[in-house]
Design a protein around this ligand. Structure first.
Ligand code: DC
Length: 216
């Protein structure tokens, strides 16, 4: 049984998906981390992010691995653990650009299907219920108001010791939402058979309990 959790940035997908996976003893797969890894590599290798061919070539020749470690999931690019470099605003913005390239999405689709091949995965992303795992047994579309999503991101960054600007964060989230929804290749969209959960005024526990009930 596979579980697909999709939704826009800051809806709480990764925290919720990790908790659901831990409760069911399923494997958690964070597909956003894969696009972020590519974005990090684009920056790290000084590749022009607008050069689609160069970006896809970088991905074709690379190995991306997700490994479960004691403190959560880690992402490796060609064997290098880059987990702690992929959550910056710069990487977030580049990730939504590289995620709009069809060749990049095709390659990621293959990698993600391989990861889900053995079943019992909870996969989160933007196109899991619609494209990557259209046969997932449980599909969830998590959302929340843009103000609430920006506030959550702000809280995360403050906790990390950063000094974010709430208004700018909201603007960047809105831009990413628009890019993710309007791209031609596998845009962010609720699958017809997905259950919509608006988490604006729900606690994390409530969301997790709801999803576990659906799974059971
Ligand atoms: O969920 P996240 O913020 O870590 O995702 C980073 C970017 O990758 C985001 O702009 C959307 C994109 N993405 C995607 O297009 N498809 C996925 N399955 C997962 C993420």
């Amino acid at each position: 049984m596979n579980i697909a959790i999709d939704g826009p940035a800051g809806a709480g997908k990764s925290t919720v998906a990790q908790r659901v996976a831990a409760s069911l003893q399923f494997v958690y797969v964070d597909t956003g981390a894969m696009y972020r890894a590519l974005a990090w590599a684009v920056i790290h290798n000084s590749v022009d992010v607008l050069d689609q061919k160069a970006v896809s070539a970088l991905l074709q020749n690379a190995q991306i691995e997700l490994k479960r470690m004691q403190d959560g999931q880690h992402v490796f690019w060609n064997g290098e653990d880059i987990t702690h470099h992929i959550r910056t605003q710069e990487v977030s913005n580049y990730a939504s650009v590289v995620a709009s390239y069809p060749d990049v999405r095709n390659r990621m689709l293959t990698l993600q299907r391989e990861m889900a091949h053995q079943g019992n995965v909870v996969m989160d992303g933007r196109d899991i219920g619609t494209h990557v795992l259209p046969d997932a047994r449980v599909k969830i579309f998590l959302t929340a108001s843009i103000e609430e999503r920006a506030r959550r991101r702000y809280g995360d960054l403050i906790a990390k010791g950063e000094t974010p600007d709430l208004e700018l964060l909201q603007k960047e989230i809105a831009e990413r939402d628009q890019r993710d929804k309007e791209r031609k290749s596998a845009p962010l969209r609720k699958a017809e058979d997905a259950v919509l959960l608006d988490t604006t005024s729900m606690s994390l526990d409530e969301v997790v309990i709801n999803i576990l009930a659906l799974c059971r």
